[in-house]
Design a protein around this ligand. Structure first.
Ligand code: NAD
Length: 295
């Protein structure tokens, strides 16, 4: 069924996601504050509105893909009153759980169906429509969203009520940040002990050290030819984004009273690495931090 979709936030992720919805046959109108957004949107074949409020006029589904919680709350605050009761509004940004819950409350005041549905899969996943969505909100909102999520991704998991998608996302990425730091640390120890990268990989990838950070995003060149280490750590998943997610998980741990010493350590490591000028490198480049390389 063709929907009238408004897509707010046409950045690295939002633009290809909106383009996939267009390809799937929907009527898509975009909006973004960036000066070149109109040109990029129109090049991708999307309609472009002069404001978020104008973009959502008559929309049956609205999707936001924005940097942080404050942007989401500001945009949702601007548009919720413009939407007819029952309209589905999905936020796919990665934001703090508290802001996500506030966004649901805003929507509920206007009888909207609301979903927090952050993604994993990065810009390649956004382009190839292979994202994984982690959704939080009412069952009815999830069921209504499923067809469009399937046109932008390969998997959508309903994680629970409002904010549960964001909670799943930051917990997953906390595991990833910690495990990458562990894998990188182990490779550097192996180097010092005279162990070849391939030997350590062959053992750990088939033993209890096995994890995504090792088998898919291996921080040394060679064993996994597609990993960013083979292309001078071009992302992939940038250090700055990993740091953002680790900070979100630390905020959430503090608010929930959860002990998170490993997450705190990983957040500190990536913060130092970013300060050294590596925010744009794939997060697996953290291995150079353990090697003591600062350039
Ligand atoms: P981006 O910075 O490329 O895009 C965000 C866009 O939002 C920008 O174009 C910006 O101009 C626009 N924007 C900001 N405020 C706005 C407003 N008030 N109204 C309209 N537009 C506004 O970021 P991105 O890489 O596309 O990421 C978007 C979200 O997805 C972030 O929350 C990020 O953490 C998350 N995410 C990104 C990746 C990735 O690999 N890039 C992966 C997973 C999740």
């Amino acid at each position: 069924m063709s929907e009238k979709i408004a897509f707010i936030g046409l950045g690295n992720m939002g633009l290809p996601m909106a383009a996939n919805l267009l390809k799937a046959g929907h009527d898509v109108t975009g909006f973004d504050l960036a000066p070149n957004a109109k040109m990029l949107a129109e090049t991708a074949g999307l309609k472009f509105a002069v404001s978020a409020a104008r973009a959502v006029a008559g929309a049956s589904i609205v999707i936001t893909m924005l940097p942080m919680g404050k942007h989401v709350l500001s945009v949702w605050g601007e548009i919720v009153a413009e939407l007819a009761a029952g309209t589905l509004i999905i936020d796919s940004s990665t934001i703090d759980v508290e802001s996500a819950r506030k966004a649901h409350e805003l929507g509920a005041r206007h009888d909207l169906l609301t979903l927090d549905a952050p993604v994993s899969g990065g810009t390649m996943g956004a382009q190839g429509a292979t994202l994984t969505f982690m959704a939080g909100g009412a069952e009815a909102a999830f069921l209504r969203a499923q067809p469009v999520l399937a046109q932008m991704g390969k998997r959508a998991v309903h994680c629970g009520g409002p904010g549960a998608g964001q909670a799943a996302k930051i917990c997953n990425n906390m595991i990833l940040g910690i495990s990458m730091a562990g894998v990188a640390e182990a490779f550097v120890l192996g180097e010092k002990l005279g162990l070849s990268h391939q030997a350590l990989f062959d053992v750990a990838s088939t033993s209890s050290g096995q994890c995504w950070a090792l088998t898919t995003n291996c921080p040394v060149p060679g064993p996994v030819p597609a990993s960013p280490a083979n292309r001078e750590y071009r992302p992939g998943f940038a250090t700055a984004l990993m740091l953002k997610d680790l900070k979100l998980s630390q905020e959430a741990a503090l608010a929930a009273g959860a002990a998170s010493p490993m997450g705190a350590q990983a957040a500190a490591l990536y913060a130092l690495f970013e300060k050294q000028g590596h925010g744009g490198d794939d997060f697996s480049a953290i291995i150079n931090f353990f090697r003591g390389i600062t350039t």
